[in-house]
Design a protein around this ligand. Structure first.
Ligand SMILES: C[S@@+](CC[C@H](N)C(=O)[O-])C[C@H]1O[C@@H](n2cnc3c(N)ncnc32)[C@H](O)[C@@H]1O
Length: 256
């Protein structure tokens, strides 16, 4: 990634109090959804942080944050929330240069988080048994500017297993993660982790039992609760509303 904008870079248009607009930097006018047409050619060769005038307002042209990328993905299947995705990175041992397999791709939200975390030297293989979801995930990952780090494969991993070896992490967000954990164990290198996301206790129990019976070490099960706070002039307190439930996370490490 150069310090100056190149054609094809992913940028975010930001203006205080207005939702982010994520797009690719193109030469010439381009249509921005239902908003209208914008020409960002003047930014080419310039550093991030410049301004453009559009629809009677001024926008900063910035490098997108992970929050920008997740806030603007096109939704299909239910996506993992940022709090769960962040914990999954920790439980799954995902870091720079990682070789990661993920299933199912769904909307590609976790794929984007994984591709962001492994950096330019890392690789992510993401599987989904439904080609239309894989296409949607691929479009979201491409829009986020991370497609070069990701391979997309149509595959039923519960039935056919993973077709990879030497992985540093396996992440599973599908209805039957326990069906994939033996194949994941074979695909992981010693010392590497598998981590799962499941919406119900029943799934979590089956998953943790499978982690144990297959011989994973360091088996854990956690739930992440996030409570935002209202900081006001009259006092600071928790917000009245809270996202009550998303899912449960489990993980294990291949040692032998
Ligand atoms: C909840 S979505 C995953 C959402 C994704 N983690 C995200 O953040 O966008 C679950 C996905 O798993 C896929 N899936 C279910 N069973 C599968 C299997 N056996 N093999 C591969 N993909 C599967 C579904 O088609 C669906 O797209």
């Amino acid at each position: 990634m150069s310090d100056l904008w190149n054609e094809g870079d992913t940028v975010v248009l930001r203006r205080r109090g207005v939702p982010p607009i994520v797009l690719r930097l193109a030469r010439g006018p381009q249509r921005i959804g239902e908003y209208g047409v914008l020409d960002l050619s003047s930014q080419l060769g310039r550093p991030p942080g410049g301004t453009v005038s559009w629809l009677d307002a001024s926008y900063r042209v910035l490098r997108p944050s992970l929050a920008d990328l997740l806030a603007t993905i096109r939704r299909g299947p239910q996506i993992v929330t940022p709090k769960d995705a962040a914990e999954l990175l920790f439980l799954g041992g995902v870091g720079p240069g990682g070789r990661v397999a993920e299933a199912g791709a769904g909307s590609g939200a976790l794929t984007i988080v994984l591709a962001h975390a492994v950096g330019p030297a890392g690789r992510v293989v993401t599987y989904d048994r439904r080609p239309e979801f894989l296409d949607a995930a691929q479009a979201n990952v491409r829009r986020a500017g991370l497609a070069e780090r990701v391979t997309f494969r149509v595959r039923d991993v519960a039935r056919d297993g993973l077709d990879e070896t030497g992985l540093t992490s396996v992440l599973l967000d599908l209805p039957e993660p326990w069906e994939v954990l033996a194949s994941a164990h074979s695909a992981l290198e010693p010392g590497a982790y598998a981590a799962t996301f499941s919406p119900t206790y029943n799934q979590l129990e089956r998953t943790v039992r499978a982690f144990r019976s297959i011989g994973y070490d360091e088996v854990r099960a956690v739930e992440v609760l996030e409570r935002s706070l209202h900081v006001g002039d009259g006092g600071t307190r928790p917000d009245f509303e809270m996202l009550g439930h998303t899912g449960f996370l489990a993980s294990g490490r291949k040692v032998d």
